[in-house]
Design a protein around this ligand. Structure first.
Ligand SMILES: C[S@@+](CC[C@H](N)C(=O)[O-])C[C@H]1O[C@@H](n2cnc3c(N)ncnc32)[C@H](O)[C@@H]1O
Length: 232
């Protein structure tokens, strides 16, 4: 097994880089629950800690970090409303970053995905499962304690911008952040993705400042990742 060297990211708490002997680097988080892996992610032990490799081809948030996002509002202690939790892969990395003082509310519409997600939540005390439709935050916002620091959205829905706006109005702090993985093909399978991205940004601009828009299509075809500051 290769010897890895670990470095904390220079800007973002909770983000690490694992370097192999050739100098190639891999994004990683420190495993909050030692000995538990959520999927088949690679785990290494360095200096008595476990680090989980976070592949950009399997997570749009990892892709956004690898592509050089300048601000990461998900940090130790953050509260996050995560829409489209699926079986908990990306949200488990968020759980590593926010740590024991943070909380992640994971909303998922599919009962079968939710079964896997609940298993992950049982292992990770900072993750709470919500079986619900993210288009209707009024049905679950009372399960969220106060307002969150970040609404993260990764749902395949034609009205992705509206889902973000509704959830922000229901549960996001003024000045908090939205993070949205825009799936152009879900919104219109025939149109030029650049037109779709421009439309989505325009729709969001009344409620959010668009701080960053990253092209992550190298890892997820026809996807853009948005960092949005909520005007409140
Ligand atoms: C691309 S997957 C999410 C992957 C996950 N974010 C990850 O990286 O680990 C999209 C998920 O959104 C869920 N979804 C789709 N529409 C939804 C809705 N209206 N409300 C909640 N979840 C929804 C799907 O069931 C699916 O599990």
């Amino acid at each position: 097994m290769a010897n890895f060297r670990i470095e904390q990211d220079k800007k973002f708490d909770g983000i690490y880089w694992a370097f192999d002997p050739s100098g190639k680097r891999f994004l990683a988080t420190k495993n909050l629950v030692r000995g538990f892996r959520v999927s088949d992610e690679r785990v290494i032990s360095v200096g008595g800690e476990e680090y989980r490799f976070w592949e950009p081809s399997r997570s749009k948030l990892s892709a956004a970090i690898v592509k050089g996002i300048r601000n990461l509002p998900i940090k130790p202690g953050s509260s996050v409303l995560y829409l489209g939790a699926a079986n908990g892969i990306t949200s488990s990395f968020v759980s590593d970053i926010i740590g024991k003082k943070g909380v992640l509310y994971g909303v998922e519409i599919s009962a079968s995905a939710m079964e896997d997600f609940i298993f992950v939540c049982q292992k990770r005390e900072n993750m709470l499962p919500i079986l619900a439709d993210a288009r209707s935050p009024e049905n679950y916002s009372n399960m969220v304690d106060g307002k969150v620091d970040v609404v993260f959205e990764d749902v395949a829905d034609q009205e992705q911008a509206k889902v973000m706006i509704r959830n922000a109005k229901a549960a996001l702090k003024k000045g908090g952040y939205g993070m949205l993985a825009v799936k152009a093909r879900c919104i219109d399978s025939a149109a030029d993705p650049r037109k779709i991205f421009a439309q989505v940004e325009k729709e969001l601009s009344e409620d959010f400042e668009i701080e960053e828009n990253l092209d992550i299509s190298q890892f997820e075809k026809d996807h853009e990742f948005l960092l949005l500051k909520y005007k409140g």
